[in-house]
Design a protein around this ligand. Structure first.
Ligand SMILES: Cc1cc2nc3c(=O)[nH]c(=O)nc-3n(C[C@H](O)[C@H](O)[C@H](O)COP(=O)(O)OP(=O)(O)OC[C@H]3O[C@@H](n4cnc5c(N)ncnc54)[C@H](O)[C@@H]3O)c2cc1C
Ligand code: SF4
Length: 552
């Protein structure tokens, strides 16, 4: 291609995948243009955890920092799964609908420079090796077209760059060559849960965390404020903006344009994407071109962009010749259980998700159920870091009696959470909502989500184990339980542009290049052929992006 553009590569989206690709490519000497729909966030000024009203919102909102989505009608709830309904002490059932509904959070990923990693907790997991061959072993999902060993050098590279703190002895993973920071000490929630897990013969170990246990790479260590999901004001959490993007910018080969959405990919009618068209909030249009185009908009927005880029050469959407774009959507299968301890504790502080149990993570470790799961300390992710949420959800009463209860109980909520494998099914996919458009006149992504019995059985196991762990930890007063059965609330989403060898069953080849368009790559969560047994995905997305950059 005759390139008159100053850029070698355009990356669309700056989250886990886009930022790691930008890092890898700028290190290799490429001039990269990064286009991001959302705004910039400044950790020092935008995450004001010292304000009096700090607890009232989770991650701060800015113009353009929230994506728009719609949901197709969801499945009917059934009496036989009644025990999986979400509820708490104050409100009773959290939904009074007869069907599953999106929770208040719904699909709540941040648009901004750094993408969803700005808001993420920062768990940094490698996939269990056995979770990468789900089709050949169990005839579900699809096999990864690469092995754990193929990813290993890139896992090592990403962890080192981020400054991941944690443990290298985790069942199902080879950490040869890894260089992690020392693990963080357990806060109260994990100390309590570790005792309970031990009574059940389970292993509660340090979770691998993108949070610095000592100062590193010019960033300070964590101060254990418990609020990673509100944005880390110290910049020690390994979000993409302060790690990959900062390091890529130091090369002077990265040009970043924020508040600019790519609204269409243009093609030459043959094998190449010729450029991208963008729009800003003022309605202006811009176009850019480069020899290589990389999509990293996440598992909802990447298929949306491909489908919205349909034209006479690709009437069903770009790269969608075999109808695979948007298919095999996998969501977070999750359960959270909270109990109130009798002992005086301070569970409102410490590093979120500092402890984890991997004992049921292998895909064949849950009796009679395919697909694994994991358990972790989730008091912070349950947003029990301040008094307002205690009063709204957990502690009943009025006046003097209520004040006394709050004084007695604040700091004593202990939450254990589980995340499990999410297997693709025909009822879960992303398509375009023909009736609703964004500010650029483009159809929104519509989320179709369905949980078959196989998923609900895994969820039931996760709920039962959470209960066992809390009880063994000496906590019998249950105050809240919620999960995926009646509320869609997906923090991890995957699988809508699956990678593979066969163009009939996948969208890209094993490095993420479109089977049809020779200069179009994808490097985000949409590539995943299977979800893993509850592993958090960002580190794997970053490793895939570094591998893709290396192949280029
Ligand atoms: C509350 C919460 C907690 C989480 N905790 C963890 C955790 O502990 N560990 C973990 O590994 N993962 C966690 N995750 C998930 C993790 O953040 C995501 O899986 C990961 O960031 C996905 O990376 P991505 O590159 O696929 O997409 P994203 O990080 O979502 O990035 C996509 C980017 O593309 C931009 N974009 C979209 N469309 C366009 C367009 N048309 N033009 C230009 N830009 C566009 C978006 O604005 C966004 O910035 C969490 C998520 C949430 C919401
Ligand atoms: S707990 Fe640590 S990593 Fe999380 S926001 Fe606070 S200082 Fe940052």
């Amino acid at each position: 291609m005759n390139n008159t553009s100053p850029f070698d590569v355009i990356i669309v989206g700056s989250g886990a995948g886009g930022s790691a690709a930008a890092y890898g490519l700028t290190q290799a000497g490429y001039n990269v243009l990064m286009l991001e729909a959302g705004p910039r966030f400044n950790p020092a000024t935008d995450y004001p955890l010292s304000n009096a009203d700090w607890e009232l919102s989770r991650f701060p909102l800015k113009p353009g920092s929230q994506g728009q989505y719609t949901f197709a009608p969801m499945q009917k709830l059934e009496p036989r799964w009644q025990h999986l309904r979400s509820k708490n002490t104050i409100n009773g059932y959290l939904s009074n609908q007869e069907t599953r509904i999106p929770s208040d959070a719904g699909y709540h990923h941040v648009r901004g420079l750094g993408g969803s990693t700005l808001q993420f907790t920062g768990e940094s997991h490698r996939l269990h090796q056995d979770a990468m061959n789900m089709h050949s072993r169990f005839n579900v999902a699809a096999d990864w077209p690469l092995s754990y060993q193929d990813l290993m050098p890139y896992y090592n590279q990403a962890e080192k760059l981020i400054g991941v703190a944690g443990d290298t002895h985790i069942v199902g993973r080879d950490y040869t060559g890894a260089s992690l920071l020392p693990p963080h000490p357990f806060a109260d929630t994990s100390r309590i849960l570790q005792r309970g897990a031990a009574k059940l013969g389970l292993h509660w170990q340090a979770n691998n965390r993108a949070a610095l246990s000592h100062s590193y790479d010019g960033r300070p260590s964590c101060n254990y404020c418990h609020n990673c999901n509100r944005g880390c004001p110290r910049g020690d959490k390994g979000s993409a903006d302060v790690t990959f993007i900062r390091r890529a910018s130091l090369t002077n080969r990265l040009t970043i344009k924020t508040d600019l959405s790519v609204i269409k990919l243009e093609n030459d009618g043959n094998q190449k994407i010729s450029g991208v068209i963008c729009g800003n909030h003022a309605g202006q249009r811009f176009s850019f071109s480069a020899p290589i185009i990389i999509l990293a908009c996440g598992a909802i927005e990447t298929p949306r962009l491909l489908l919205n880029s349909a034209d006479t050469h690709s009437p069903e959407g770009l790269g969608n010749e075999s109808g695979q774009v948007g298919q095999h959507f996998m969501e977070t299968l999750s359960w959270t259980l909270t109990g109130m301890s009798d002992a005086p504790l301070q569970t409102f502080k410490g590093l979120p998700a500092d402890g984890i149990c991997w004992d049921f993570n292998a895909p064949d470790s849950i009796p009679n159920i395919i697909g694994g799961c994991r358990f972790s300390s989730t008091t912070a992710e349950a947003d029990l870091s301040g008094p307002v949420n205690y009063a709204r959800r957990l502690v009943a009463g009025w006046g003097a009696e209520f004040k006394a209860s709050m004084r007695q109980q604040f700091g004593q909520a202990v939450s254990v959470g589980a995340i499990g494998e999410s297997l693709p099914n025909a009822g879960s996919f992303i398509d375009l909502d023909a009736t609703t458009q964004d500010e650029h006149g483009l159809a929104l992504a519509q989320i179709h989500s369905f949980l078959p019995d196989t998923e609900l059985k895994r969820l039931e196991f996760m709920a039962q184990q959470c209960s066992n762990i809390l009880q063994a930890s000496g906590i019998t007063e249950i105050v809240e339980s919620y999960g995926s059965y009646d509320l869609f609330s997906s923090t991890h989403v995957f699988g809508t542009c699956r990678m593979g060898y066969d163009p009939l069953t996948s969208v890209t080849n094993p490095v993420g290049r479109s089977h049809r368009w020779q200069n179009l790559y994808i490097c985000d969560a949409s590539l995943f052929p299977s979800s893993g047994g509850g592993e958090s995905p960002s580190l794997t997305i970053e490793a895939l992006a570094l591998r893709m950059a290396s192949s280029l």
